[in-house]
Design a protein around this ligand. Structure first.
Ligand SMILES: [Ca+2]
Length: 385
């Protein structure tokens, strides 16, 4: 492996381009004079060059941006693929790819490169190197946001209403509500999203419930990043607000992504509860993780709580920072819980964001007779990578 100085406009040595071009020309000429049999030669001689942005003699581990350029070449290869940070295999017909590493600090990591022959046979190679990522550079790019500035309906480009009860006419966890797409249950006004739980008789098909609410799916899925949601929580007993994610491969009935990312089931696809609050303790918040172990399939869960005053009267920022090494949740920049991340957990593939209030059930508990309505108010949702 060779470390080279990285220029934002990818800077392959012009001479090597020329050399490769002449070489290809020579090969194709020599083939064209013979028969037209497909090239069945074995792929060999895989070379991987990793170029860390800003690396030089003074800063051999780079300029702190965490950006690398990787270039793979091999004899008789027609396409390539790379894997970064134990993530998903990413195809690269050209053999060149840029990647931004997410973990802050100076650490040794690796890139795995694959080269494929025309017949699909492949070889691979792992390159290890040390890279520096500064805290300032992490999560610097806003990749999804809603500030809720447009009055009225939610932005249909960003949000999906999940309304089909997936569990025989009901939702899971013995919850008591139906979710609807009606403006009675979710709307934007005065710069904030309101998710409103109501006491009312409402039927979905043959199933009638005594409460309604809204459950939103982001139409944006992402792997690694920082999520920030500034919100006021509902105050009433029996309400169970949540800011959370599911693996986009969770193919739940009525969910936005369907089988686009595969047909996984909970808990195998992974769940991150950035914020939950029970219906009986409004002075505490919960962060919790539910997942299925990739090796054993066994259900696992971990989580923590934090005391927070006045969650209904004041806005607080509920955040989550997700890398290949850890997932941390925060309230107003105070750490709530940190889960070490690793390959046996399903936290290295795209997740989407959910916002909802459930009524009653496992974490909502008893709903008082005099409950009529309550609101979960969200000033913004911002996702950075
Ligand atoms: Ca706002």
């Amino acid at each position: 492996m060779k470390l080279t100085n990285y220029n934002p406009v990818y800077n392959l040595n012009t001479m090597s381009y020329l050399y490769i071009s002449f070489f290809l020309l020579f090969i194709s000429n020599s083939c064209s004079s013979g028969d037209s049999e497909p090239n069945t030669a074995a792929v060999s001689n895989l070379q991987v060059e990793v170029s860390i942005a800003g690396a030089n003699e003074q800063e051999p581990n780079g300029d702190g941006s965490g950006v690398v350029q990787v270039t793979a070449t091999a004899d008789n290869a027609v396409r390539y693929a790379f894997r970064f940070e134990n993530g998903e295999l990413q195809e690269s017909p050209s053999g060149t790819m840029e990647h931004t590493f997410s973990e802050v600090g100076t650490h040794t990591t690796n890139i795995v490169a694959w080269a494929y022959s025309e017949s699909g046979e492949f070889i691979n190679k792992t390159e290890s190197f040390t890279i520096h990522k500064s805290a300032d550079a992490q999560f610097a790019n806003l990749v999804f946001s809603d500030e809720f500035e447009e009055e009225g309906e939610l932005d249909g480009e960003k949000w999906h209403h999940q309304v089909i009860p997936p569990n025989n006419g009901s939702w899971h966890n013995d919850e008591l509500q139906h979710y609807t797409a009606r403006p009675e249950n979710s709307f934007v006004s005065d710069g904030t999203l309101k998710i409103k739980a109501l006491k009312e008789q409402y039927s979905y098909g043959a199933s009638t419930k005594s409460y309604t609410s809204a459950r939103l799916n982001s139409k944006f899925a992402f792997t690694f990043g920082r999520v920030e949601v500034r919100a006021k929580l509902p105050a009433a007993a029996g309400t169970w607000p949540a800011i959370w994610t599911l693996g986009a491969n969770c193919n739940e009935t009525g969910g936005y992504f369907g089988d686009e990312y595969g047909s996984g089931q909970w808990p195998g696809c992974g769940e991150i509860d950035i914020l939950e609050q029970t219906g009986w303790d409004k002075n505490e918040i919960i962060s919790h993780f539910h997942w299925g172990d990739r090796n054993t399939g066994e259900y696992q869960n971990r989580g923590g709580t934090a005391a927070v005053e006045n969650t209904a009267g004041e806005f607080h920022v509920y955040a989550m920072e997700w890398t290949s090494n850890s997932i941390k949740t925060f309230v107003d920049d105070e750490l709530v819980f940190e889960l070490p991340n690793s390959a046996e957990k399903p936290y290295d593939h795209p997740h989407y964001l959910l916002l909802n209030i459930a009524i009653g059930g496992n974490l909502g508990g008893d709903v008082p007779e005099d409950f009529t309505a309550d609101t979960f108010e969200i000033d913004y949702v911002r996702i950075y990578q």
